[in-house]
Write a protein that binds this ligand. Structure first.
Ligand code: DGL
Length: 259
């Protein structure tokens, strides 16, 4: 099967490129279009209605660009808007949600930590997932300010270190053995996080699972691209392209567009 239409991905900003990376590693033949709605970041502080409206706008942009599937590379948009997106548009959607389940099932201390945005932690979908694990203590922490610092390219700043310490140290004191990164921006903070938490605490995110699920759904719908041609990877941003370029290692095509 050769379906050359691109996979579309969107996020409130540059964080979802952590998901794009997993998708591209698993399916290097696939063409992709990534949309960074950085102008409207962070989504985590917006109302559900605002998140739905922005998610619709992003989806329409990707559909106008002929995408065959949409990966909502944002936990906040997934947990607040994926139901509405699936009802409104006739294309498969893949969402990303905090990996509570694998952490809860593997935890030996029966205590796990989750770092995510306010929008994700307050969502109905997240509460439903948490209620599936009544025997596990789940320490929730909003990552106030982290997305803004990442969007500004300030990942290695002293301010970032201070914020991370203030969020993570209380979880360590409560004896977590898993830390779930519930925001697609946060995998970029793993080196900084590892300097703060002890090495026995495992960090998990959902990127690889999302890529595998995308591949599965493409396969089921006969949408995979088995062509051997070099694939194209295009990134759109409605903000300063430099930070996005840097996070992509200056190897990809980044286009500014005022959407
Ligand atoms: N990257 C996003 C997420 O996975 C959204 C962060 C935000 O814009 O607040 O939740």
């Amino acid at each position: 099967m050769i379906n050359k239409k691109p996979i579309g991905l969107f996020d409130s900003g540059i964080g979802g490129t952590s998901i794009w990376r997993e998708v591209h590693t698993l399916m290097p033949n696939e063409n992709t279009i990534y949309l960074a709605d950085s102008k409207n970041a962070p989504y985590g502080l917006k109302s559900k209605d605002e998140i739905i409206a922005l998610s619709c706008k992003n989806t329409e942009f990707l559909l106008e660009n002929n995408c065959k599937i949409i990966v909502v590379a944002c936990n906040t948009a997934t947990t607040n808007a994926i139901k509405e997106l699936r009802a409104k548009y006739d294309v498969p959607f893949i969402g990303i949600e905090p990996a509570i389940k694998p952490a809860a099932l593997q935890s030996k201390t029966q205590t796990i930590g989750i770092l995510a945005t306010k929008g994700t932690l307050n969502s109905e979908l997240f509460h439903k997932n948490v209620s599936n694990h009544p025997d596990v203590k789940i320490i929730e922490q909003i990552g106030h300010g982290l997305v803004q610092l990442i969007e500004n390219g300030d990942m290695d700043s002293a301010e970032m270190e201070d914020l991370l310490k203030s969020y993570l140290n209380p979880m360590v004191e409560k004896n977590i053995d898993y830390l779930v990164l519930g925001c697609s921006h946060y995998p970029y903070l793993i080196p900084q996080i590892q300097k703060i938490i002890p090495p026995h605490i495992k960090i998990i995110d959902s990127g690889e699972a999302v890529a595998k699920q995308t591949q599965k759904i493409l396969e089921q719908n006969h949408l995979l691209n088995h062509s051997n041609e070099k694939s194209s990877q295009i990134f759109y941003t409605n903000s300063e392209p430099e930070v996005l370029k840097t996070i992509l290692g200056n190897r990809e095509t980044v286009i500014y567009k005022n959407f």
